[in-house]
Design a protein around this ligand. Structure first.
Ligand SMILES: NC(=O)c1ccc[n+]([C@@H]2O[C@H](COP(=O)([O-])OP(=O)(O)OC[C@H]3O[C@@H](n4cnc5c(N)ncnc54)[C@H](O)[C@@H]3O)[C@@H](O)[C@H]2O)c1
Length: 422
């Protein structure tokens, strides 16, 4: 295993120069040095390479040949696992953007690559490190609200059609084809982090686009939102709501055996925390209702200027720390694949009208063997017999005028020529 030189910067390469550039910036603030970039979009890669003055590669295998300790993956949402496995098995530590994997078979391969190599793997679920989520974890661990019986994690992120099309170049781009149960970790990660619980099953239902919906101007072929209800390993339930519905924001609520905590919903007070106890169950020091804006427990000055309410700084900080201490981070491979499996198994559940579907514990080798060949995938490159559609309405085709409007935008961004979109 390649390790960084003690005290020296960890040499890191970044794949995907869109979201990846945010990682490149934060990595360099917490003891890592970005030394190489990789992207197949040549125009974007050239600009990014000039900005950072580092080596650039369009080919991932050649990029892995660069002198690197670690790789940060910010390539397409559903293509991380094979890239991560290759990097781990060539001696690199890996931090992967969400999602960890698109099939259960990939989940097994990823877990085995980490177990076999001992290299660090971290899923970059940044919402876990909002100041108020870190405070919720501190309070939960101190016993403030007892044990979670019900949790709610909600992530809504609607976009206007033109912005959507710019962000999603190509009819097969992951944003246009990802079923509504996917991208669940911004809702789920914080609840798992606060309570240290893991999912064991999921029931999910999907909401399609409506006739009256502006979404019909998009070229998305998947549904608008879903509700995923997870049974957790302490018998509690967690409801995950997301994610293209109107009303942008992230909300987390934990009902415990001794009280409730949640962040506020008003736009200008979402970073405030509300902690509630019942009047008939107050203990010494308890207050019936407390509302306040928590500070970061550390690195507050740096976090203030980092994206996603400081979360982008902390994912890079904890990745560097894990490498230096040679100890897997809290957001380890098992948490990463658990969140992805809620997305995958959640989609199975939607297509069976909400039936419960197991989330296997992949720390167990017997479960690894059971799922190693499970390649069930709703993504375009896997289309074929036995594979599921991206919508509960089936394989929906977008209207011709929406496709024409999207193509016009892709032409302007230069993606059309780079990817040969048509
Ligand atoms: N955690 C967050 O808050 C957050 C925010 C935005 C995006 N993301 C995640 O970051 C990832 C990237 O998101 P994005 O919005 O930048 O997506 P994107 O599709 O706009 O960009 C992906 C980039 O990866 C490159 N790429 C794809 N395949 C490649 C390959 N084989 N070799 C080299 N480069 C390749 C593409 O050319 C593109 O530039 C996704 O996984 C997404 O979920 C996370």
């Amino acid at each position: 295993m390649m390790t960084s030189v003690n005290g020296d910067a960890i040499r890191v390469g970044v794949v995907g120069v869109s979201r990846g550039m945010a990682h490149a910036e934060q990595a360099s603030r917490v003891g890592m040095q970005v030394v190489a970039l990789c992207d197949q979009h040549e125009n974007a890669l050239r600009k990014a390479g000039e900005a950072l003055q580092v080596a650039t590669y369009t080919d991932y295998d050649e990029f892995l040949g660069h002198d690197l300790d670690a790789v940060i993956l910010a390539n397409f949402f559903h293509q991380h696992a094979p890239f991560a496995v290759k990097a781990l098995r060539s001696g690199k530590h890996v931090m992967s953007e969400i999602t960890a994997c698109k099939t259960l078979g990939e989940a097994v391969a990823l877990v085995r690559a980490v177990e076999d190599t001992g290299n660090i793997y971290m899923i970059a679920e940044n919402y876990v490190y909002f100041a108020y989520v870190q405070e919720m974890r501190r309070l939960y661990q101190a016993g403030e609200i007892g044990e979670m019986q019900f949790g709610e994690g909600e992530y809504m992120s609607p976009f206007a059609a033109d912005v959507w099309n710019r962000l999603s170049p190509g009819l097969d781009h992951w944003r246009n084809t990802m079923p509504s149960t996917f991208y669940c970790s911004h809702g789920f990660g914080p609840i798992m982090y606060v309570t240290d619980t893991m999912p064991i099953s999921v029931n999910a239902l999907s909401i399609p686009n409506f006739e009256s919906d502006e979404e019909n101007l998009h070229v998305r072929r998947s549904d608008k939102a879903s509700v995923r209800v997870c049974r957790m390993d302490n018998e509690s339930l967690v409801s995950l709501n997301g994610h293209w519905l109107r009303g942008h924001g992230s909300w987390y609520r934990v009902h415990g055996t001794r009280g409730l905590m949640e962040n506020l919903r008003d736009l200008d007070r979402q970073e405030q925390l509300r902690v509630v106890h019942e009047t008939w169950d107050m203990r010494e020091g308890d207050v019936q209702e407390k509302v306040y804006k928590p500070e970061f427990p550390m690195l507050g000055d740096l976090a203030q200027s980092a994206g996603h309410r400081g979360g982008d700084l902390f994912t890079n900080y904890y990745f560097a720390k894990a490498i230096k201490e040679n100890k897997q981070p809290w957001l380890d491979v098992y948490k990463g694949v658990a969140m992805s499996m809620v997305e995958i198994q959640g989609w199975r559940s939607c297509l069976e009208n909400g039936a419960p579907v197991e989330i296997p514990d992949l720390r167990d080798e017997a479960n690894q063997a059971r799922y190693e060949d499970d390649n069930w995938s709703p993504f375009p490159e896997d289309r074929g017999p036995g594979q599921p559609p991206p919508s509960i309405r089936g394989n929906v085709e977008p209207p011709a005028e929406s496709i024409a409007a999207a193509r016009e935008i892709w032409r302007k961004t230069g993606y059309e020529t780079d990817y040969g979109l048509h």
